[in-house]
Design a protein around this ligand. Structure first.
Ligand code: PEP
Length: 245
């Protein structure tokens, strides 16, 4: 039985004050799923402290990006080992904003995935198609090739200890959610592509998830939770999503 995972992606939002107020407001009573917060890098230790203070040490920390390099003269980069050093458990790789705005190719995403795994982090690998690709009936082909790029580089036990997030680009931050049936069809395809490890892996959905639509998504057999952007900035809304898990 796979446990539901709800991960908050704060993107480049928040402040020290915001984080403090958020965790004072956050009420996770009655929540039974895995929960993670991926704030911007500088807030990782602050969020860790706030979780301790709130008596929520079992809630995990995640980062939004990681370098594919180990160490050295790479100004502005943050390594997987550094994240591990700060108690980070998850790291998002291949988010569509990084692919489209920062030119990250599937090959680079695969290198980041490998770096994360080698450091003992759990990569949350984001895959998903644009609206144009969906309308051209190319969604599964695109997602398949995003997964293959990782499988080609990561070889042994490639998928073990990782999470996949299906995030249709047209649903991210747009208020348009994939229907539970649309999302389920892609999740089933992804699970099939992951081989033996797929049965145990959490495959989460991302794209305008809110407390009002979370339960119907989580009711699908292959949807094991959510990666949440906009709605994760509202403590009550985010808690509502977690409660649906
Ligand atoms: C995301 O950026 O990962 C995301 C799912 O955003 P939103 O929930 O705002 O669509």
């Amino acid at each position: 039985m796979r446990k539901t995972l709800v991960a908050a992606n704060w993107k480049m939002n928040g402040s020290r004050e915001f984080a403090g107020q958020f965790f004072r407001d956050l009420d996770l009573n009655g929540v039974d799923c895995d929960v993670a917060f991926c704030p911007p890098f500088p807030y990782l230790p602050i969020v860790a402290d706030l979780l301790q203070e709130a008596g929520r040490p079992s809630v995990s920390l995640g980062a939004q990006n990681v370098s594919e390099r180990e160490a050295g003269a790479f100004t502005g980069e943050v390594s997987a080992a550094m994240l591990k050093d700060f108690g980070v458990r998850y790291v998002i790789v291949g988010h569509s904003e990084r692919r489209s705005l920062f030119g990250e190719t599937s090959e680079l995403v695969a290198q980041k995935y490998v770096a994360a795994k080698e450091a003992g982090l759990v990569p949350i690998l984001c895959v998903g198609e644009t609206l144009e690709e969906r309308e051209a009936s190319r969604a599964l082909e695109v997602i398949g090739s995003q997964l293959d790029a990782v499988a080609e580089l990561a070889v042994d036990d490639c998928w073990k200890g990782a999470v996949v997030a299906y995030e249709p680009v047209w649903a991210i931050g747009t208020g348009k959610t994939a229907t539970p049936e649309q999302a389920q069809a892609v999740h089933e395809f992804i699970r099939g592509r992951l081989g033996a490890a797929g049965e145990e892996m959490q495959i989460v959905y991302g794209g305008s998830v809110k407390s009002a639509n979370a339960a119907s998504l989580f009711a699908q057999p292959d949807i094991d939770g959510a990666l949440v952007g906009g709605a994760s900035l509202d403590a009550a809304e985010f808690a509502g999503i977690c409660r649906a898990g």
